[in-house]
Design a protein around this ligand. Structure first.
Ligand code: ZN
Length: 300
């Protein structure tokens, strides 16, 4: 049976795995990415992890990375400061030259959505939207089995939907993006404003589960704002499934409940029957989706 190496490159770690054609993850390797140290260190770790997994059975390499990617050339277009000097890297060419295997490179949000569509919570969806709510809000859209990327491959950035033209400034430079209101740091900040501080999302989840009113109120407020963004997504794309992943999504129904209420009230009626739930692949979505890129020849 043919196998593929799927790689997920983030600011702090590189997760890689051998994935078979049914989407089973056979062997996983995790190394630091040292993204803040720059391109050479990232590539050093990337080469190492691929060398550890490569064998004669491997027919290709799929890579999802943070930042915007040109899916045709496999060049990194823009990157976050967490991946220093990464922009401009011709990653597809570099990996193909070194390992002599067909290589596909795409944005990590697109790749995660493809993974969920292939073997996860989005199976059977005609139009799948995935939102990863963590430090920022990553996203991906799969429509009729193909990743929706826009004209130059840099679209589907749902986290930068503005919900408030005179709102707060987002990391992207825009104003009022949903990422600025509903990401993990935004939730932490909201809780601080209410006089509560937490070290990590798990603590917030525990507080919500124990019925902490201030926490439930803050999560609801964020869910409402996320709901308004979802209304726009639903009116534009008419998805049949929307999946949430990332640290904030672990709040489950505390978050999804208020989202659902806003959607059921304000989305155009024809689109309200959308399923909204949690992604199922968790941390593996990136490596599985990256492997799917190879099996589906770029899902273009
Ligand atoms: Zn933004």
């Amino acid at each position: 049976m043919s196998k593929v190496i799927g790689v997920d490159i983030g600011g702090t770690k590189i997760l890689s795995a051998i994935v078979d054609e049914n989407g089973n993850t056979i062997k996983t390797v995790r190394v630091p990415s040292e993204g803040k140290e720059g391109r050479d260190r990232i590539l050093y770790h990337l080469y190492q992890t691929i060398e550890e997994l490569i064998s004669r059975d491997i027919i290709g390499i799929g890579i999802g990375t943070a930042g915007q990617v040109d899916p045709d050339t496999g060049v990194i277009v823009t990157a976050t400061p967490n991946l220093k000097d990464w922009a401009g890297t011709p990653l597809k060419d570099i990996i193909e030259d070194r390992f002599n295997l067909p290589t596909y490179v795409d944005n990590d949000g697109n790749v995660a959505a493809l993974g969920e569509w292939w073997i996860g919570g989005g199976r059977g969806a005609r139009c799948l939207l995935c939102l990863t709510i963590g430090t920022g809000i990553g996203s991906g859209i799969v429509y009729e089995g193909k990743v929706f990327r826009g004209a130059k491959g840099v679209g589907a950035e749902l986290g930068h939907m503005s919900i408030k033209y005179d709102g707060i400034r987002c990391n992207c430079g825009g104003i009022g993006c949903i990422e600025a209101y509903a990401s993990g740091p935004a939730l932490m900040k909201k809780l601080q404003e209410k006089g509560r501080s937490f070290g990590n999302p798990d603590e917030i989840q525990q507080a919500a589960e124990s019925g902490d009113r201030i926490v439930l109120e803050a999560v609801k407020e964020i869910g409402v704002l996320l709901g308004y963004a979802m209304v726009s997504f639903i009116n534009i794309f008419n998805p049949d499934i929307i999946l949430l992943s990332g640290g904030v999504s672990n709040l489950g129904d505390f978050l999804i409940g208020p989202v659902r209420d806003i959607v059921d009230t304000y989305a155009l009626p024809g689109g309200r029957d959308v399923k909204i739930g949690r992604a199922v692949l968790g941390e593996n979505a990136g490596v599985v989706g990256a492997a799917a890129l190879v099996y589906l020849k770029g899902a273009k």
